[in-house]
Design a protein around this ligand. Structure first.
Ligand code: KG4
Ligand code: ZN
Length: 358
């Protein structure tokens, strides 16, 4: 069976056609995965502007879906279902995909499948690498989320922990902004960090020891927190600016090396925390595999450390390709196929849910 996936939760309009292979170990194959990025629109504002995002989704959605079907050499008659991201995300953006998917499914007489965006990121690992040995621990780390999930059976995702404040990708983007590096900051900080000294400055790591009052069902000790780290970088930058301006007449900008050192140290702290919590959880739940998905999984240091730790601990590690690490519809199609085969279909009056819980 072929499924059409649609993803519009943030600032990428994406449509994909994914097929079932019939191989239980490697259940899905990508026929097409078209992504229209809005980065150039939002860059001017230093972040995603929700109103601009939803208007651009409306302009792009028809052409993106048409191209996805053309590239897959599939007509509406060849499809068996339509899967769409229901949430979480920006509600105006989500609504475009949900409205389009509902209308398309109704017009073509196809079943509709509602997908959680993070289930999509988790299934991106299976899409390219095959089924993960279970139980698995998956870290979903993006601009909006930093969460650990236990996957103990296919399609079942149990939240173990999440960030108490900023997501890791958000911290990357904010640090890049305060260093004047542009948007989105993650890839820029990653690139600059490669020529920096990762012990150049003192930055704090956070370990939470108590449960969050807002989520007493979680133990809390696997939670993340990045806002203190971001503030420490800000304080360091302000102090250095003050020191530079009092020592010279006109304030010079930081040298390239100094910026690289800040990026490298920040990146070391973020990556160390992410990897440590992931493997703490893996040990606690005797995981047979571990994975990292979401936009920040494109990070070079995070990828290298995961692969290194995986080899040393002899636990299989899973990462998406760079193309599937950021938002895309192929992962939504894959998660949709999993749900469809479990017999879960969405009602025709499906609504977008900006705060959908997995
Ligand atoms: O999953 P994604 O495309 O969208 C969300 O659902 O948020 O993730 C985007 C995030 C942004 O914060 C971006 O800065 C970050 O992923 N990112 C990176 C890298 N590439 C993208 N962060 C660190 N290093 C990278 N190489
Ligand atoms: Zn995402």
């Amino acid at each position: 069976m072929l499924i059409l996936g649609i993803e519009t939760s943030c600032d990428e309009t994406s449509a994909a056609v994914v097929e079932e292979t019939g191989d239980a170990a490697r259940p899905w194959a990508i026929r097409s995965n078209v992504i229209a990025s809005q980065v150039s629109i939002h860059r001017e504002w230093g972040g995603v502007v929700p109103e601009l995002a939803s208007r651009q989704h409306i302009r792009d959605i028809c052409g993106v879906v048409e191209r996805a079907c053309d590239e897959a050499k599939a007509t509406w008659r060849d499809l068996g279902a339509v899967a769409v991201t229901q949430g979480p995300g920006l509600v105006g953006s989500l609504l475009v995909g949900v409205a389009f998917a509902k209308a398309a499914a109704a017009a073509a007489g196809l079943p509709l499948v509602a997908v959680h965006h993070l289930a999509g990121h988790i299934e991106s690992l299976v899409l390219e690498n095959g089924e993960m040995p279970l139980p698995a621990i998956v870290l979903v780390v993006s601009g909006g989320h930093t969460s650990l999930y236990l996957v103990d059976r296919p399609g079942h995702y149990e939240l173990l922990s999440r960030t108490r404040d900023d997501a890791a990708g958000e911290a990357y983007d904010k640090v890049a902004k305060l260093l004047g590096l542009g948007y989105p900051g993650g890839p820029i900080v990653d690139r600059l960090a490669q020529s920096g000294n990762d012990r150049a400055i003192a930055l704090p790591t956070t370990r939470l020891t108590h449960a969050d009052r807002n989520a007493p069902e979680l133990k809390g000790d696997l939670d993340f927190s990045f806002s203190g780290l971001k503030t420490a970088v800000l304080r360091h930058v302000r102090e250095r600016e003050k020191a530079l301006s009092s020592s010279q007449e006109s304030r010079p900008p930081f040298s390239g090396q100094e910026v690289a050192d800040i990026c490298a140290t920040f990146q070391r702290v973020v990556v160390t925390v992410l990897i440590e919590r992931l493997f703490d959880a893996a040990r606690r739940f005797q995981a047979k595999s571990v994975g990292i998905a979401g936009g920040v999984s494109a990070n070079s240091r995070l990828r290298a450390e995961l692969l290194g730790r995986g080899e040393r601990r002899e636990v299989p590690t899973f990462l998406p390709s760079l193309q599937l690490s950021t938002d895309n519809a192929a992962m939504i199609a894959a998660a949709g196929l999993r749900k469809f085969r479990a017999g879960v279909i969405a009602p025709p009056d499906l609504n977008a849910d900006a705060a959908l819980v997995l």
